[in-house]
Ligand binder design. Structure first.
Ligand code: GLU
Length: 290
């Protein structure tokens, strides 16, 4: 029987808080109960916001919590070549296109359109990328690239969905015990033409996650509810890239006293602050209901 493989994949762009503790400890608990593996992945493709100091703090917090993971830890910033190779395949297959508009240009374009007020937005509330660059003739694309115009690579979601065919679904566990799943239909089109490689790096969050989950043999992705609908995009990428389909569980979020999602800038629910204030790892387990 193949071992189940779980992973905790934080980004070291701030201090870990109770929400991360819950996610990490739940992955640990599930790996233990199933006799599976637990991997740790450092998601640091954003090399300006992710710092060695945050990373060191993250390791200290996780060790203090008693997490324990298999070595070596995969650090995404050390694997840009892996992502670039896959990106090149998507470029060759014409499933991505160079997107030249800056955020300001997108805003201006949307404002100038008569439909400006009801421009479609993604599940995070961000306006979808206009269809202008997708329609650019190849000659014009090449001219701009030759002139060093900055651009990101965006997925042509329509072309990708046509390639993927029907049945873009994933299996979602219905509760923390992972005893049953329900099928969920992916709706990647809700996100429009997502970025698969940013202006300065040959990948994006979505691309790096699906490549790494496949490379690391992750069978069970257990992460916060806030990533539920992004899973549709990732499922589409897996399908067009011929990658295996992990099963997913999107767990409840730990909310702050104000009922809002925790953020890395809220220090009082930060693990380091709790530790300094005298909390024990057991206190943290109780606080997150584990
Ligand atoms: N790195 C992401 C985060 O810290 C999580 C990615 C994932 O679990 O798929 O929000």
């Amino acid at each position: 029987m193949t071992l189940l493989t779980f992973r905790f994949a934080p980004s070291p762009n701030g201090e870990l808080h109770l929400g991360h503790a819950y996610s990490a400890l739940l992955n640990q608990k599930l790996a233990r109960h199933t006799g599976g593996r637990l991997l740790l992945r450092v998601e640091d493709i954003d090399t300006t916001r992710c710092t060695p100091e945050f990373e060191a703090g993250m390791f200290a917090d996780l060790k203090w919590l008693g997490l324990g993971w298999e070595e070596p830890v995969r650090r995404q910033s050390e694997h840009f070549a892996d992502y670039e190779a896959v990106l090149e395949r998507l470029i060759r297959e014409e499933l991505v296109y160079p997107a030249f508009m800056s955020r300001g240009e997108i805003r201006a374009f949307i404002a100038s359109e008569r439909r400006g007020r009801d421009w479609p937005r993604d599940p995070d509330g961000v306006p979808l990328y206009p269809q202008v660059d997708k329609a650019l003739p190849m000659k014009e694309r090449k001219r701009r690239i030759a002139e060093n115009a900055p651009f990101a690579w965006r997925l042509d979601v329509g072309a990708a969905m046509a390639r993927a065919g029907k049945d873009i679904t994933w299996a979602e566990f219905t509760d923390e015990t992972l005893s049953a799943t329900r099928p969920v239909e992916a709706c990647p089109q809700d996100w429009g033409d997502v970025i698969v490689a940013r202006r300065d790096i040959p990948t994006s969050y979505h691309l790096a996650v699906v490549i790494d989950d496949a490379l690391q043999g992750v069978s069970h992705v257990v992460r916060g509810q806030d990533l539920f609908s992004a899973t549709g995009v990732q499922r589409l990428l897996q399908k067009i890239l011929g990658l295996p389909r992990p099963a997913y569980f999107h767990h409840r979020l730990i909310l702050g006293p104000d009922g809002r999602k925790l953020s890395k800038s809220l220090r009082d629910t930060g693990l380091a602050a709790l530790r300094e204030a005298g909390a024990s790892p057991d206190d943290v387990r109780k606080m997150v209901g584990l």
